[in-house]
Write a protein of this length. Structure first.
Length: 433
C-alpha cells in the first residue's frame, strides 16, 4: 500500500507539463509526505546500524540498491565506500549535485530510543561503541527520499542531478591521508558528468523546521594539532633530577590559551584553539620522559591561521626549552573553510523559503566554529551548505543535546522538509538561465 501511495504522488509530478511557482512547491510537498514513511524507516534502520568512516559498507549497499531501483546510473566504491548516482532528465541542461554524508562516530549512544545503536567498530586498533551522534543517518535517508521524488520527475527535468553519498566526513581515520570528500573528488565524483554546483545540509540543534546559513565563511576551517614532548624521566620524589613534563604541559596549555586570547582580535574573525587530550606517564610516582597532546584549531581566515600556527610553534618550543624539555607542534587540516558562494547563496534563499515557508529561512546567520569537509567540494565548484534545525518540539535549542553528544537525536518531523529542500534546490537550479 505504501509503495502505491508513493508511486501515485511521484506520478502526479510527472503528469505536470511545467513547473509553476506554486504548483511545484505543492506537488513536491505531497510527494515528500508520501515517501516520508519510507524515509523514517531508512533513518531508523541506519541509526540502529551505524558504521565508522570508510567502513560504511552496509549503508553504501542500501543506498546503491535504492538508486539502481530508481533507474539511475550508479557508481560504487568512489572514495572507498562512497556512492554516486546520476539521474539524467528528459531534456538536456545543467548538472547539479546533492550530497549526504554516511559515517557515524565512536560514541556510546544514550538516547534511550527503541532503535538506539548497540553497534561496535574498530577505531585506533580498539573496539569502540558506534553511534549516529551527528545526524548522518537522517542526511542519508532524506537524500534517498529526494532521489525517489526527483526520479518521479525525471521526464520533466531539464538537466542532470548527481547524488553524492560520502563516507568519512568526520575526518580521515588514523593512517588514511584523505577524508571522504577529498578522496571522492580525487576519484572523479564531480566528473562525468561535470557538476556545475553542489548543495548540502546538516541537522543541528535549532527550532524544528528552520533553515539557516550565511554567504561566504559559514563553518570554520578545522586543523588537528599534535604536540610531541621529550623530557628526562625521573622519580616523582626527585623532580630536580629530571625534566618535569607535567609542569611543561601545563605551561604550554596556558601559553596556547594566551596566544589565542591576546593576539587575535575577536571582533574580526572567530578563532578557537583547544588542547583536548594529554597522554603522559604510566605510574603515579614516575615523571615520564615523553608525552603528547592533541587538539583542534578553528579559523575563518587563511592568512591569520598561518600566522597563528607559526606563533604557536615558536611559543611551544620556547616554553618547553624554558623547562628543559623539547617540543614540536604539527598541524594537519581536517576540513577547509565552508565558503558559501555569495551569488548562489542569495539565489538560494527564496528557493529554500518555497520549501520551508515564510519566516523559516535565515540567510545571514552568524558563523559557526564547527567544521565540515563539504568545504572541499566548494573548493572545486560553487556550492552552498545550510543547517536544518532539528531540536525536539518544545525544547529550547540552547539546551538541546549538541551534535557529537551521546544524547543527540533528530526530530523526525523535519525529515520531509529536508526532502523538499533537496528537491526544490535541484529543480530550481536546473531551471536557471
Amino acid at each position: 500500500m505504501r509503495h502505491r501511495l508513493i508511486a501515485a504522488a511521484v506520478m502526479s509530478l510527472a503528469a505536470t507539463p511545467a513547473f509553476t511557482q506554486d504548483e511545484l512547491a505543492t506537488r513536491v510537498a505531497a510527494a515528500a509526505e508520501a515517501v516520508n514513511p519510507q524515509v523514517i524507516e531508512w533513518r531508523r534502520d541506519l541509526h540502529a546500524n551505524p558504521e565508522l568512516g570508510f567502513a560504511e559498507t552496509r549503508t553504501a549497499a542500501l543506498v546503491a540498491e535504492h538508486l539502481r531501483g530508481l533507474g539511475m546510473e550508479v557508481r560504487t566504491e568512489v572514495g572507498k565506500t562512497g556512492v554516486v548516482g546520476v539521474l539524467t532528465g528528459g531534456r538536456p541542461g545543467r548538472v547539479v549535485a546533492l550530497r549526504a554524508d554516511m559515517d557515524a562516530l565512536p560514541v556510546k549512544e544514550a538516547t534511550g530510543l527503541p532503535f538506539a545503536s548497540t553497534a561496535t567498530g574498530t577505531y585506533m586498533d580498539e573496539t569502540v561503541p558506534v553511534a549516529h551522534a551527528c545526524g548522518h543517518d537522517a542526511h542519508v535517508a532524506m537524500l534517498m527520499g529526494a532521489a525517489t521524488v526527483l526520479a518521479g520527475m525525471k521526464d520533466q527535468l531539464a538537466g542532470t542531478v548527481v547524488f553524492i553519498f560520502q563516507p568519512a566526513e568526520e575526518g580521515a581515520p588514523p593512517g588514511e591521508p584523505l577524508g571522504g570528500a577529498a578522496l571522492m573528488i580525487q576519484e572523479g565524483a564531480l566528473k562525468d558528468p561535470a557538476v556545475e554546483a553542489i548543495f548540502g545540509l546538516h541537522v543541528v540543534p535549532g527550532a524544528p523546521g528552520t533553515i539557516f546559513y550565511r554567504p561566504e565563511g559559514f563553518m570554520a576551517a578545522s586543523d588537528r594539532v599534535d604536540i610531541a614532548l621529550t623530557g628526562r624521566q625521573t622519580h616523582g620524589a626527585w623532580p630536580w633530577k629530571g625534566v618535569d613534563l607535567s609542569a611543561t604541559i601545563a605551561a604550554i596549555i596556558q601559553t596556547i590559551n594566551t596566544i589565542t586570547a591576546r593576539t587575535i582580535d575577536p571582533t574580526t574573525t572567530p578563532t578557537v584553539f583547544t588542547i583536548a587530550t594529554i597522554d603522559a606517564g604510566v605510574r603515579y610516582n614516575i615523571i615520564p620522559g615523553e608525552a603528547s597532546m592533541s587538539g583542534t584549531l578553528r579559523t575563518f581566515d587563511t592568512d591569520q591561521r598561518d600566522a597563528l600556527v607559526a606563533r604557536a610553534q615558536q611559543a611551544v618550543r620556547d616554553t618547553a626549552h624554558a623547562h628543559g624539555a623539547e617540543a614540536e607542534l604539527t598541524v594537519r587540516q581536517n576540513a577547509a573553510l565552508v565558503y558559501n558562494d555569495p551569488e548562489l547563496s542569495a539565489w538560494l534563499a527564496p528557493v529554500l523559503t518555497e520549501a520551508a515557508g515564510e519566516g523559516q529561512v535565515e540567510a545571514a546567520s552568524p558563523p559557526t566554529t564547527v567544521a565540515e569537509d563539504f568545504s572541499y567540494f566548494q573548493g572545486e565548484i560553487p556550492g552552498v551548505f545550510y543547517h536544518l534545525g532539528g531540536s525536539k518540539d518544545g525544547v529550547d535549542p540552547a539546551t538541546s543535546p549538541p551534535n557529537h553528544s551521546p544524547e543527540f537525536d533528530v526530530n523526525e518531523a523535519i525529515l520531509p522538509l529536508g526532502v523538499r529542500t533537496h528537491v526544490m534546490t535541484a529543480v530550481r537550479f536546473l531551471e536557471r538561465e
